[in-house]
Design a protein around this ligand. Sequence first.
Ligand code: NZQ
Ligand code: ZN
Length: 386
Amino acid sequence: MNNFEYYNPTKVIFGKDIYDQIPTKIKSATAGNRIMITYGGGSIKNNGVYDAVMKSLSDYEVVEFSGIEANPEYDTLMKAVEQIKDNPVDFVLAIGGGSVIDGTKFIVSAAKYDGNPWDVLTMKKGCKFEYAVPFGTVLTLPATGSEMNSGAVISNSRLKEKRTMGGVQGFPKFSFLDPTVVKTLPQKQIANGIVDAYMHTLEQYMTYPSDNLLQERIAEGILSTLIEIGPKVMADPGDYKAASNLMWCATMALNGTLRAGVAYDWSTHMIGHELTALHGIDHARTLAIIAPNLFTMKFENKKAKLIQYGQRIFGLEGSCGEEAIHRTKTFFESLGIKTKLSDYTDDYQSTSETIRKRFEDRGWEGIGERKDLTPKEAEKIVEMSI
Ligand code: NZQ
Ligand code: ZN
């Protein structure tokens, strides 16, 4: 088993009728009374979450920052950063999906940073967020795992860039996970959530056999659970058993557990982020476009794991790697997720070349679990995905 360090300080409060516990959890993070709530385009006002959370915050002075977009925008977030710098708050509560939570991670970090925050996102040497205003989350969309990890992905549409950030300051103090919120989601977002959680699991599994048998079986447990409950949540988002399993799978898929002691490969996400940056395609859909072709391109590297996956998850027999890839694609499509780039845009002619050049410009000679997926191969994978 590989050596590893495992740390996750986020407290999770999971279940129904939990929002009245929000004040107690804020008190354990700050003695202050001035709270900023952050949210997106208004879904929380339509589904009752805003009212329920505001009711719980009645003893606090609350300021609001709304309008955080799907794929949160740097320029929008900087307005919140300025707001906090001008008029500090004691705590920030993010209410939303991955975009609001990621955006909030950036806001609380940049609000305590003296330099240019964009330098941190572009990994300029010596630039790092280290401190943050404490924050917590109320999750409304099970997908990214951002509610229990320290990462964030920030977009800059002026530059057509999408960049990641991380660091211990990015862990929420707590996250409230109420699965009844799933019934308020559009079908498209439920499908996105299932695929994103599935791909987070695969990115930490589809490498080469590790000696961490437990981690592999936890990953397989998440994959099997998502295949079992995914169609049920789609058919009936009010099915609490299915929705609560989706929510917990999505959190567990990216809270640091699966990566402990194993190899991982975030190449699908790295290429997928470029598709969102260039074409605005939903995050999960970019993964469904890229993963099957990436697994095909790196088949020899991943063969043993593809066979293990095919046998354990789909009950296949023998050397079933290719069929396992096919089943994966079929699963995504069964949720209504299209798996070709041309299903989403007609403007794909220069996409593969642009992505290769971007990777070269960043000095990424090789990515993936063996650091051997070259920019040229990334270009080919995108071509195969058209
Ligand atoms: O803005 P509002 O009005 O809230 O609407 C949102 C948004 O339009 C809506 N929504 C959320 N909860 C809802 C709801 N609509 C009705 N009822 C509800 N209960 O859904 C839309 C999409 O929301 P968004 O937060 O963008 O989706 P998701 O959670 O999939 O987040 C995607 C973002 O997370 C990043 C992605 O790159 C993307 O920017 N990721 C973050 C990761 C992390 N921090 O660890 C890892 C992931 O791999 C991913 O990259
Ligand atoms: Zn993802």
